[in-house]
Design a protein around this ligand. Structure first.
Ligand code: KG4
Ligand code: ZN
Length: 339
């Protein structure tokens, strides 16, 4: 343990995972505890905010203790406490923010307020050093964004979804197919067992901006399923998944590659829950190899794609270095933007 080493205790509770982690120097995971509530939300077919808040309250103390235990650190050795301030569900965010403030106050440590989306991007720093300028494609249950970063901690959102997020489209179609929430992962597996027999729209793919739209695609897929059911036609759900995934992946990859070329970036980063998608990982890897051989592609391991506190600790290190500390009056900001 050298003098300059920085140890951050990070907390994440923006949606349905209660998580705490201890991160060394923004790139080394000493612990990363994630308590998922998915089972509790499954029977409702989505995250119920009140249920999520209650679970966070029940879990947070134990999760914080486990993160410290597993890292073999004490609060005395921790340099700062970081927490997701937004975006997310207000009731969920508040539990993490309150717990982090209590820890910071009780132990006299500075507090760092972190944007959840920045966390998803910096999950990649736990794998490899970031090199700028870079472009990040963030695809999650709530967001689909292309973010240009000229340097550490500076974000320019150059494109975003105008309606549904990619993960949201996966989950809503998954529900119509009878899958339990969240359906994204199973749809991905199904897509690999089916074939692209149906032609679904690829919205905004050729337009000269970097925004996305997935709600038309979602409606088109759901209408196809309903029409087939009404007529009593046989529609192979595996082929539906494969056809839908082909459309999502083609749009995401085409626009991301075009933006990376225009911005002349050194690195391309994939981030967010949908970054776990096998089809997307493979297609993006191939496209970068063929069209941008000089650009380095970073894709986090599966366990760092979904929500976790390690990524918050990685993003927090940048704010720590810049002395961007927060006061104890910090509040949750459910609609917080990256820029
Ligand atoms: O980042 P995340 O854990 O939570 C948010 O901040 O939204 O992302 C969760 C989303 C869900 O919509 C889930 O269905 C989706 O990521 N997801 C996937 C896959 N694994 C998770 N979507 C497609 N393919 C996957 N393999
Ligand atoms: Zn997320």
């Amino acid at each position: 343990m050298s003098e300059e080493d920085v140890y951050i205790l990070a907390v994440e509770s923006s949606c349905d995972e209660t998580s705490a982690a201890v991160i060394k120097n923004g790139n080394e995971i000493l612990s990363n505890i994630v308590a998922s509530q998915i089972k509790s939300h499954m029977r409702f077919g989505g995250v119920v905010p009140e249920v999520a808040s209650r679970h966070h309250v029940e879990q947070i103390t134990q999760v914080l203790e486990s993160a410290l235990d597993e890292s073999e650190m004490t609060m005395e050795q921790i340099d700062a406490v970081a927490v997701t301030e937004g975006p997310g569900l207000v009731g969920s965010l508040l539990i993490g923010v309150s717990a982090a403030k209590a820890m910071a106050y009780a132990h006299g440590k500075p507090l760092l307020a972190i944007n959840h989306m920045a966390g998803h991007i910096y999950a990649n720093q736990l794998v490899q050093p970031l090199v700028f300028p870079l472009l990040a494609l963030i695809v999650s249950g709530g967001h689909t964004e292309l973010v240009y970063m000229p340097e550490d901690g500076v974000y320019e959102v150059i494109g975003e979804t105008r309606d549904d997020a990619a993960g949201e489209a996966y989950d809503k179609i998954g529900r119509v197919l009878g899958l339990s929430y969240p359906g994204g992962k199973v749809m991905d597996e199904m897509a690999h067992k089916g074939e692209e027999t149906l032609q679904f729209p690829r919205a905004m793919m050729k337009e000269d901006h970097y925004d996305f739209s997935f709600s038309g695609l979602k409606s088109s897929v759901i209408n196809t399923i309903h029409n087939a059911r009404q007529k009593g036609d046989d529609l192979d759900p595996f082929n539906v998944a494969a056809s839908f995934q082909a459309s999502v992946v083609e749009v995401l990859v085409t626009k991301t590659i075009r933006a990376a070329k225009e911005k002349q970036v050194q690195q391309l980063l994939l981030a967010g829950g949908v970054a776990a998608n096998k089809g997307l990982r493979t297609a993006l890897t191939e496209a970068v190899r063929n069209e941008l051989p000089d650009v380095e592609l970073l894709i986090p391991p599966l366990k760092l794609c979904g929500d976790n506190a390690a990524m918050i600790g990685a993003a927090a290190y940048i704010e720590f270095k810049k002395d961007e500390f927060s006061s104890l009056s910090l509040n949750a900001r459910p609609g917080l933007m990256l820029e």
